[in-house]
Design a protein around this ligand. Structure first.
Ligand SMILES: Cc1cc2nc3c(=O)[nH]c(=O)nc-3n(C[C@H](O)[C@H](O)[C@H](O)COP(=O)(O)O)c2cc1C
Length: 233
């Protein structure tokens, strides 16, 4: 089984809560995995050129190109992103938009695979995790678990965090907030969050070991999509 884990944070791996959680999920699967950071990569959004409709291969030449074969080869995905403005950050959105290349002429390169969605915010991480689940669904990929939690907003290290009125420390603690190593959030200091990452990875590992039926997952996800839109338009 091949597990591909992707962290969409632009921060250094050692600073990124997303990277740490994605890695914790991957480790808990019990399978070998490859973890790739989108940090420093140049990946544009889909430009709707339709160059991929005949062969399901995107024609935009950027850092997405070497990732394509890895996506096709993987049996499961662990995708994580930071919360930017209560949504997905831009590079993770661009990366997932480019999965449009797999969706033509019943292209079933990704159909029925499994995923875990991870989100980290200075406050909440659920928004990017929900968006990852939604985008995976468009390729009929089942998100078996979502993990979301609080990481350290840049306001804890920018130098103005104790006084800035638009910063997250002030939002959370108000006037007189003090920034110390102890008060700075870190996903690894949150046992419940790390346990949920472990549970998500273990569940993904179990689903893969049970020999998951891609055709059945595909039908299930197709039904979720149809229920979402039929009658809504
Ligand atoms: C441009 C930008 C916008 C952000 N917007 C939000 C937000 O709306 N809500 C939130 O909770 N955190 C927000 N954050 C904080 C990040 O989600 C937070 O720093 C998180 O820990 C980043 O994860 P990472 O360490 O994996 O990069 C924002 C950060 C940046 C740089």
């Amino acid at each position: 089984m091949k597990i591909l884990a992707i962290s969409g944070s632009p921060r250094k791996e050692s600073q990124s809560g997303t990277h740490k959680l994605v890695e914790a999920v991957a480790q808990a699967t019990g399978f070998d995995y490859e973890i790739i950071s989108l940090r420093g990569k140049t990946i544009s959004g889909c430009i709707a050129c339709l160059g991929c409709v005949k062969d399901n291969v995107c024609k935009v030449e950027d850092d997405m190109v070497p990732l394509r074969d890895k996506l096709v080869d993987a049996d499961a995905f662990i995708i994580g992103a930071p919360n930017y403005y209560s949504g997905l950050n831009a590079i993770t959105h661009a990366f997932l938009e480019r999965w449009f290349q797999f969706r033509h002429q019943e292209g079933n390169l990704l159909w029925g695979k499994l995923g875990v969605a991870v989100g980290v915010g200075g406050t909440l991480g659920q928004f990017p995790a929900d968006e990852i689940e939604k985008l995976l669904l468009y390729n009929f990929i089942e998100t078996v678990a979502k993990v979301s939690g609080q990481g350290a907003a840049s306001c804890y290290s920018c130098g103005y965090g104790e006084t800035c009125k638009v910063g997250i420390p002030y939002f959370l603690q108000g006037e007189g907030v003090k920034i110390t190593p102890e008060s700075t959030p870190d996903v690894r200091k949150q046992p419940a969050l790390m346990a949920s990452a472990g549970d998500a990875g273990a569940l993904l590992g179990r689903r893969l070991r049970e020999g998951h039926d891609r055709a059945a997952v595909t039908l299930k996800m197709q039904k979720v999509m149809m229920d979402k839109f039929q009658g809504a338009v």
